[in-house]
Design a binder for this molecule. Structure first.
Ligand SMILES: Nc1ncnc2c1ncn2[C@@H]1O[C@H](COP(=O)(O)OP(=O)(O)OP(=O)(O)O)[C@@H](O)[C@H]1O
Length: 380
């Protein structure tokens, strides 16, 4: 068994709690992506896992052993750093060989491993070159080659491709996935880029303000975001956020906002009654769930909330159309229509939203309110 366990890690820098009670495990053969905005605590946790920094609380377990007190060199971890960490005075060959020499591998074994990895990563002709004579993509591949020659218990990648052009990024992502496939060990990949996270991760740990906001597969995070932060972070175009107030009419709760009224089916009643009368609720509406009148047939029998809207602005976006709509005097929302039908500014259209695809968040904690985790509107 080779597995990483991060248990209740916290780290303070003076008054600042950089990492707060973070816990997760990464299994063999799994690539776990730590995704989050700048200053969310990713690098601090990464340094603690590597052994460059001590946690104030919690422990790190590798292969069933507590390695929290082990020096970095005692942990068998392979790392690709953000700045690649190559030695500029050494050739590519010697940069790759460094860690194997440190571990006293025989010369012939070192050569065999380097030749094999250089072949795989297209670096055969560069082995005698110094890093200053390499392109950004080649430097990146040398950094990957250095981790690939090792037999580590854990592979870590800290924002390794943020400085590369899009084509080289794509290639490098494939190479990192190849390391995972070949090594079959736990891997952690750190990034601020949601596209990168979604294209690589088995599971994502989304972090903000030093805390893990949610852990799950890419689909789980998109379909059931734990809170408003997660829903916003994973929405592009940005999430439409509308506030409404609940009202009990007879036995049923309604949510009234300036632009729409939604009648909640009975499974919502216990949850809404706990919020109290007239409580605020935050609605989150992704741009791509707003359906224009000419596509209503696609909704079939799905429940829908209808709104009249005036087109303020519309612009093409890679085969789609992003449209800014005014749906009431003070509320504008962004919709994303799949078809490229021509729309005029000022035009009045009707749009529909399936409330099962909307998110409702607690007014104070901003956690997702979901009474059953199923599509309750469709059933009533
Ligand atoms: N050595 C340090 N001394 C003091 N504060 C620090 C130190 N390292 C990090 N911090 C603070 O801890 C918080 C988390 O920083 P960290 O570098 O872990 O975030 P990050 O998510 O990796 O950000 P980025 O993506 O920009 O690298 C930040 O507020 C940062 O200013």
């Amino acid at each position: 068994m080779s597995k990483l366990e991060v248990r209740n890690i916290s780290k303070w820098y003076n008054e600042k709690l950089a990492v707060e009670n973070m816990s997760f495990t990464v299994d063999d053969d799994e690539l776990f992506v730590l995704l989050g905005p700048s200053e969310s605590g990713k690098t601090t946790l990464f340094r603690i896992i590597c052994g460059f920094e001590n946690p104030d609380e919690g422990s790190i377990w590798l292969n069933g052993y507590d390695v929290t007190k082990h020096e970095a060199a005692q942990r068998n971890i392979a790392v690709v750093f953000q700045d690649y960490g190559l030695n500029p005075r050494l050739t590519v060959y010697n940069n790759i060989a460094q860690s194997l020499r440190f571990r006293r591998f025989p010369k012939s074994e070192i050569e065999m491993r380097i030749v094999m990895v250089a072949e795989m990563l297209g670096l055969k002709d560069k082995l005698q070159v110094q890093p200053k004579n390499l392109s950004g993509g080649e430097i990146q591949r040398v950094a990957i080659a250095r981790v690939m020659v090792k037999d580590a218990d854990l592979y870590l990648f800290d924002e390794p491709i943020s400085q590369l052009d899009p084509g080289t990024r794509r290639r490098t992502r494939q190479e990192i996935l190849m390391v995972q496939r070949i090594k079959k060990k736990p891997g952690i990949y750190i990034t601020q880029d949601q596209f990168e996270a979604f294209s690589m991760a088995n599971r994502i740990g989304l972090v903000a303000d030093g805390r893990i906001q949610q852990i799950g597969s890419p689909d789980e995070l998109v379909q059931t975001p734990a809170n408003l932060f997660v829903a916003r972070f994973l929405s592009d175009p940005p999430l439409n956020i509308i506030e409404g107030y609940i009202q009990l009419v007879g036995t049923r709760y309604h949510l009234r906002s300036e632009c729409m009224t939604i009648s909640f089916p009975p499974p919502w009643t216990p949850l809404l009654s706990r919020l109290g009368p007239q409580s605020k609720i935050i609605m989150g509406i992704r741009a791509n769930i707003i359906v224009p009148e000419w596509s209503f047939s696609a909704l079939g029998a799905a429940p829908r909330v209808m709104m009249r809207a005036q087109v303020i602005h519309s612009g093409p976006l890679m085969g789609r159309r992003t449209v800014l709509l005014r749906v009431s005097q003070n509320v504008e929302i962004t919709a994303e229509f799949k078809d490229n039908i021509s729309i005029q500014n000022g035009q009045i259209i009707t749009v529909a939203i399936n409330p099962d695809q909307m998110f409702f968040f607690h007014p104070h904690t901003e956690e997702l309110l979901n009474p059953t985790h199923t599509s309750v509107f469709s059933m009533h």
